[in-house]
Ligand binder design. Structure first.
Ligand SMILES: Cc1cc2nc3c(=O)[nH]c(=O)nc-3n(C[C@H](O)[C@H](O)[C@H](O)COP(=O)(O)OP(=O)(O)OC[C@H]3O[C@@H](n4cnc5c(N)ncnc54)[C@H](O)[C@@H]3O)c2cc1C
Length: 422
């Protein structure tokens, strides 16, 4: 598949606008927010909400037009889009500003990615409308992880039981480490996509995704995590105690909802094809911040990077910087490939996992090396580079750890099932 590595002009312009936001509403607050973990980035949220609300409105208007033109009509050939490419550029830039603050962006978040991947048109319009209107910002989240089910999410024990008398689903269980969980359910009129089993004995086939909206009785926020990095991001425990949600808040078409095989689980997993490259993009933004800062400080001390020189003529520091730069670029190209495939409507699970593994590993190393090369000051709180070192690691943990995504890559390349390679 031919892929152009040129970023279209209008996406570059959007990137410049986002850069301005990152410089004015993120960087100046990054240290203070890192040191006051549960404080919210008010300036950033206030600036972002009207922009994101308008973007969401445009997406919804398009959906509504498709719906009123009739979904059953003659299918037009799908046009390649640049949506994911635009997101890559914006998210990388926002995370260059500050990855923790970026995660507080008022948007449907991973919950929205799930609704877009699995939801019916009716569900998309009904559930996403709250993100396209209103004065106050709204958040969304996705709750998969449980105390006994992390990498192996098929082990989850949160249940959803259908009550025929009231025509409702009744959810019971506990979800942990949920990004924007509190923002979505307690601090706004948001929603969380909750993965739960309708039949534990059926394993993966029993797992479906459900929409729990803010204000649902029986939902409470447990602990809010104190973390190593991305400290501005809200990470919460969600407890569901006989939480009743409407029958049509199970995501997907009636066939998917009723399916007794693992199709609905696989459908829900498809959310990761979109989200993993975007997590990679965010991680890359942190890596670029660390590398740029390192080069700036080296230049202030008279160390330039002489591109084009033979390797043996370089100093150890110059070699280190070039290695960091080329690894970061390799991770960027993999991420670019995975989003370009998605924009082309191609299946990208393999490439999404490759990008996520590479970005998580490289950026963890780049940020750590930047601290090392900057010496004691690099390790001090005087500069943000020690924070970027802490912020980098999450890219290798959530949305499937480095090890799990390496397994996905190996299985897909070698053609093994999860039973054959686990
Ligand atoms: C800040 C933060 C935000 C998060 N946000 C969300 C969120 O919004 N929604 C959500 O649902 N979850 C979220 N998570 C949870 C995250 O996705 C999980 O932490 C992650 O999937 C790993 O699960 P675990 O922590 O239970 O580790 P475990 O699964 O217990 O793994 C522990 C270690 O063993 C390794 N391992 C496990 N199985 C294998 C295997 N088969 N082969 C090789 N190695 C293996 C793992 O790679 C890891 O290194 C978040 C976590 C954090 C820290």
């Amino acid at each position: 598949m031919p892929i152009s590595f040129e970023i279209p002009e209008f996406i570059q312009q959007q990137g410049q606008m986002v850069k301005w936001l990152a410089e004015t509403t993120m960087r100046p607050y990054a240290r203070e927010l890192d040191e006051n973990e549960h404080q919210r980035p008010k300036e950033f949220i206030e600036q972002m909400w009207p922009i994101l609300r308008d973007q969401q409105k445009a997406t919804l208007d398009k959906l509504q037009r498709t719906e009123s033109n009739g979904e059953q009509g003659e299918k037009k050939p799908k046009r390649a889009s640049t949506r994911m490419l635009g997101l890559l550029v914006q998210i990388e830039m926002l995370s260059w500003g500050d990855a923790g603050i970026y995660l507080c962006m008022p948007s449907p978040g991973l919950g929205g990615a799930a609704i877009e991947s699995v939801g019916t048109t009716e569900q998309k319009i009904r559930l996403l409308t709250r993100f396209a209107e209103g004065e106050k910002p709204v958040w969304g989240a996705m709750a998969i992880t449980e105390p006994g089910a992390g990498s192996d999410n098929s082990a989850m024990s949160t249940t959803a039981v259908f009550d025929e008398e009231t025509n409702e689903w009744v959810i019971n269980g506990e979800k942990i480490f949920i990004t924007s969980g509190k923002l979505s359910l307690e601090e706004s009129n948001g929603l969380v996509i909750v993965w739960a089993t309708v039949n534990k004995a059926a394993g993966r086939a029993g797992i479906k995704s459900f929409v729990v909206e803010a204000g649902t009785p029986g939902v409470s926020i447990g602990k809010v995590e104190i973390k190593h990095g991305i400290r501005t991001s809200d990470t919460a425990v969600l407890v569901f105690n006989n939480a009743r949600i409407p029958a049509n808040n199970i995501l997907g078409s009636p066939e998917v909802q009723a399916s007794k095989d693992s199709k609905s689980f696989q459908g829900a997993m498809a959310t990761f094809d979109a989200s993993r490259p975007l997590v990679a993009a965010s991680t890359l933004g942190v890596g670029r911040a660390a590398l740029e800062f390192l080069k700036e400080k080296l230049a202030e001390n008279g160390v330039e990077i002489p591109y084009g020189q033979p390797y043996h003529k370089l100093t150890a520091i110059q070699r280190d910087v070039m290695d960091m730069e080329s690894e970061l670029h390799a991770a960027y190209l993999l991420t670019l490939r995975s989003v370009a495939m998605m924009d082309e409507g191609l299946h990208n699970s393999l490439e999404a996992s490759m990008a996520k593994v590479k970005a998580g590993k490289v950026v963890t190393e780049v940020a750590q090396k930047a601290v090392a090369l900057l010496g004691s000051l690099g390790y001090s709180r005087e500069w943000l580079v020690e924070k970027w070192m802490r912020d980098a690691k999450i890219g290798d943990i959530y949305e499937g750890t480095g090890q799990i995504n390496t397994l996905v890559v190996a299985r897909r390349i070698l053609g093994y099932s999860r039973h054959e390679l686990s």
